[in-house]
Ligand binder design. Structure first.
Ligand code: FPP
Length: 235
């Protein structure tokens, strides 16, 4: 496929409604969501996408009932374990963004292992946003930068957009070209606030567990018809 977005970000919404419509519990919906992600990663890689950033758990998701939070953490744990087990035969590179300090020690260790084990992989890069919030990302960056100014490691005059971006969790990633949100909601919900300044947005009604390669193709074909001007003119 030509002109495929290099970096796609996805808000995987609708697991709960998917489960409800089948008289299943929320855990079954999130499990189906995790499977949809595994399938889509393989499809996206085949299509030539280089980076897939997915919103797995937001800084606000802690407000959900404890059993749902536990289910999501278990699923994410299993997902990471699966990639550790598969990492010899798998070419995907996995990294995480977000404030990982609130996660269990065991999960933090697993994440560190996975990032280390896949750091030299050349295939699709999957970026999992976990305990991630766009405002939290910017706030943590501001705090680190202020500490560097106070410590004399940089000066106020050196601060510009590029430099500020180097303090964000996404410092070594290009901005997303395309942001997809499923399930009919049309919000960013505190996802990559800084990074999506010029991303193309694609909203669709499909619930996340039902999102397939066909839907990805539709999103990409609409993206291709967009005229990206970044505030300028293309005449
Ligand atoms: C939104 O659906 C989805 C989430 C809050 C979590 C997304 C997580 C997964 C897809 C699975 C686990 C992720 C990984 C990386 C293994 P919702 O529950 O808000 O849906 P609803 O609005 O229909 O209730």
């Amino acid at each position: 496929m030509e002109d495929v977005p290099e970096h796609i970000a996805i808000i995987m919404d609708g697991n709960g409604r998917w489960a409800k419509s089948r008289f299943l519990n929320k855990a079954a919906g999130h499990r189906a969501g995790a499977q949809a992600l595994r399938r889509l990663a393989v499809d996206a890689e085949k299509m030539g996408v280089k980076i897939l950033t997915v919103y797995a758990f937001s800084t606000e998701n802690w407000k959900r009932p404890q059993d749902e939070v536990d289910t999501l953490m278990e699923l994410i744990h299993d997902y990471i374990q699966q990639y550790i087990d598969d990492s010899k035969k798998n070419d995907m590179r996995i990294c995480l963004i977000g404030d990982l300090t609130r996660l269990s020690d065991e999960l933090q260790r697993k994440i560190a292992d996975l990032q280390e084990m896949t750091s030299n992989k050349k295939g699709l890069r999957i970026v999992i946003a976990l305990n991630y919030g766009g405002r939290d990302d910017i706030t943590r960056a501001a705090r680190k930068l202020a500490a560097d100014v106070r410590g004399g490691r940089t000066t106020l005059n050196e601060i510009d957009e590029k430099m500020f971006a180097s303090y964000l969790d996404t410092k070594d990633l290009p901005d997303p070209d395309l942001l997809i949100r499923t399930s009919g909601e049309m919000r960013i919900s505190n996802f990559l606030l800084w990074q999506t300044a010029y991303s193309e947005m694609y909203f669709c009604d499909k619930l996340w567990p039902d999102f397939t390669i066909k839907d990805l193709e539709k999103a990409i074909s609409q993206y291709r018809r967009r005229d990206r001007r970044y505030g300028g003119r293309n005449e």
